[in-house]
Design a protein around this ligand. Sequence first.
Ligand SMILES: [Zn+2]
Length: 126
Amino acid sequence: MIQRNQTTIKNSLPPVVTHLEGDDYSVYSPRSGNTYTARVEADGTTAICDCPARARCWHLGFVEQAHERRTLQSGDRVLANEARGPVWHTVLSATAKRVYTREQPAGFAWAFVLRCERATRRREAA
Ligand SMILES: [Zn+2]
């Protein structure tokens, strides 16, 4: 019973993404215990992973999110989870721990960021 619960917990843990250099990341999968390498393509939106999955693997969403957060720039927007609900903020700057925005210059922890939106992508869409 305890072992089954531990397996359930292990299978529900998200992959751990670590930045290597440039657009390369390592992805540790708690499910398999394996570490893979993923690279974000030049357009900065999609990643490729060297795990055995033939279709789009579930590592990629985590890598793309980590890349988006790491390369966030002034003028991009983040959707932050606040007490009154999710609110969009315009980014001033960001560190590994906090995001500073025009609306909240004191900043908030990354844990509250639900989504990032690039200023460049907004301009393309407009
Ligand atoms: Zn993968």
